[in-house]
Ligand binder design. Structure first.
Ligand code: ADP
Ligand code: ZN
Length: 507
């Protein structure tokens, strides 16, 4: 064995380990099974690369994406590390297997599908292994935001191989971490958790209100390269066009583009100093661009983990960067419908919990960073001084009474009408539609005053976000599980007043 520190200095040219790297490397060197949870940019790869070189044998690296493997191999090549992948996209597989057998590889990358095949087990069983790294290890957990069933099949293979396991992930909340430990056979004291705070990222979150205008206003104040995440391929193209027309070069990126165009757009972005890329979430994994100055979400991310990971692509150089999220009630409605109709029973509870956590984040009047860090199990100070709510504490209003009136109106009209009609009923409007349904005879007819009526739109947004109201695909509103406690007065509805502009220039 060679000394890890020597390898760090001589192979990588780095002066020292960062953060928890040393701790992780020490455990792997001692042959112990380990789960390292480290934020993006913290240097996870080094944690398996150094022991791969310091311990005898080849390191097996399980990774979910071919593109990710090839990025890693390119980076390893740059340090003079002998690395190869066995994937359908590598036509030198025979050569790689020969190199593996003759001990000529430091790192071997495989996808979980291949790793769990019988042929691979026979092959790898005869090779001396330095360690087994399981990258993106949250994929093993149904609690994680990116469950891959093939990861579940790794355990039998791991149990037959005589090598320490190192599971790595950037995004795992408490439940997911516990699950990874169980699924991969890592003891509880094998968990090494790096701090999650990214103090140079300023978080700002507000409701969507003319997204094209909101993005243009953002770009007008925000120089440097940036990523705009859009919810669909079509939306990336539309945003790219609209932002380019406003004078900032913006290219689209999504899986439906011609591969050459996609690669060219990515390369242009990586090389540029002020370009914007409008992308689906397909963009970002494995892209090494440390000077991204902002990440904007034009729609709700999938989970807090996804939000943290996607915003984490900003400011990896440590300089100030910004993360902007624009959300709409319809994002929540769509997500809730998907959970109820498409998600298998056993995963529904977990997905609901995840969406509720997102609702709490976007609706919060308090510090965004505190919510994020608490989500990852840390105990941060109550206020960070570098998020929208800390920089300009928002005005809040107790809208419980208005919320109860809106819920009652939905209930009295048999939970099938949209927000416009419900507000008309509450306002006591004299219209044909109201008379046609006999809604002028209801006890809720005309019971809301001017100030309450003015709040109904944000109230509806808040109720949709927290699952007190659910919208069907035509906008018809019915009760969700959180409706009753509000009606019964057990739960308050405190609203952040949205009209104010919360963005401030950096001093
Ligand atoms: P992650 O996978 O955790 O997002 P990477 O492994 O891609 O992070 O590392 C991020 C960057 O930091 C890379 O450019 C890597 O070479 C660099 N890096 C990692 N560890 C160190 C270190 N100890 N000293 C200096 N640079 C480091
Ligand atoms: Zn804050």
């Amino acid at each position: 064995m060679t000394d890890p520190l020597d390898i760090l200095h001589h192979t990588f040219g780095f002066s020292g380990f960062r953060g928890v790297q040393q701790q992780v490397v020490d455990r792997v060197m001692a042959g112990a099974n380990t789960l390292a949870v480290m934020p993006t940019g913290a240097g996870k790869s080094l944690c398996y690369q150094v022991p791969a070189l310091a311990r005898p044998g080849t390191a097996l690296v399980v990774s979910p994406l071919i593109a990710l493997m090839h990025d890693q191999i390119r980076a390893a090549d740059g340090f003079g590390i002998r690395a190869a992948a066995l994937t359908s996209a590598d036509d030198n597989r025979a050569e790689t297997i020969a190199r593996l057998k003759s001990g000529d590889l430091d790192l071997l990358y495989v996808a979980p599908e291949r790793a769990t095949g019988a042929g691979f087990r026979d092959l790898i069983g005869r090779i001396p292994l330095a360690l087994i790294a399981i990258d993106e290890a949250h994929c093993v957990s149904e609690w994680g935001h990116d469950f891959r069933p093939d990861y579940r099949l790794l355990r039998p293979l791991l149990d037959t191989l005589d090598a320490p396991r190192l599971a790595l992930t950037a995004t795992a909340d408490k439940a997911t971490r516990a699950d990874i430990l169980v699924q991969l056979g890592i003891p509880a004291d094998g968990l090494i958790l790096a701090g999650f705070d990214r103090p140079n990222i300023r978080y700002a979150i507000r409701p969507r209100d003319g997204i094209s205008g909101q993005l243009k206003a953002l770009l007008a104040e925000q120089p440097g390269p940036g990523i705009v995440y859009a919810p669909s391929r079509a939306a990336t193209e539309k945003i790219a066009e609209s932002l380019s027309a406003s004078g900032r070069r913006t290219l689209p990126y999504h899986a439906g583009l011609d591969p050459r165009v996609r690669a060219a757009n990515q390369a242009a972005f990586v090389a540029s100093e002020d370009m914007v890329i409008a992308a689906t979430i397909a963009f970002g994994m494995g892209i090494d661009k440390p000077d991204v100055r902002f990440v904007a979400h034009a729609g709700l991310p999938k989970s807090i983990e996804a939000y943290y990971q996607e915003t984490g692509r900003a400011g990896r150089d440590g300089d100030p960067a910004e993360a902007h999220l624009f959300w709409g009630a319809e994002d929540f409605s769509r997500a809730r419908r998907r959970i109820e109709t498409e998600v298998p029973d056993e995963r529904r509870a977990g997905e609901r919990t995840r969406l509720n956590a997102l609702a709490a984040l976007v609706e919060a009047p308090g510090c965004r960073r505190a919510i994020l860090l608490r989500h990852f199990g840390e105990t941060p100070p109550a206020s960070c001084g570098n998020c929208d709510n800390c920089l300009a504490p928002p005005a809040t209003v107790d809208a419980t009474e208005a919320a109860r009136k809106l819920l009652s109106a939905a209930f009295r009209t048999e939970m099938r009408f949209g927000i416009t009609h419900l507000v008309d009923v509450l306002a006591g409007k004299d219209s044909d539609k109201i008379h046609g349904f006999g809604h002028h005879n209801l006890s809720v007819f005309g019971i809301a005053d001017e100030s309450e009526l003015g709040l109904m739109k944000p109230v509806a947004r808040a109720l949709l976000a927290r699952d007190a109201l659910r919208a069907d695909e035509y906008g018809g509103l019915s009760f969700g599980p959180a409706a009753r406690p509000i009606l019964k007065g057990e739960e308050l509805v405190e609203l952040v007043l949205p009209s104010r502009k919360t963005r401030r220039r950096r001093e």
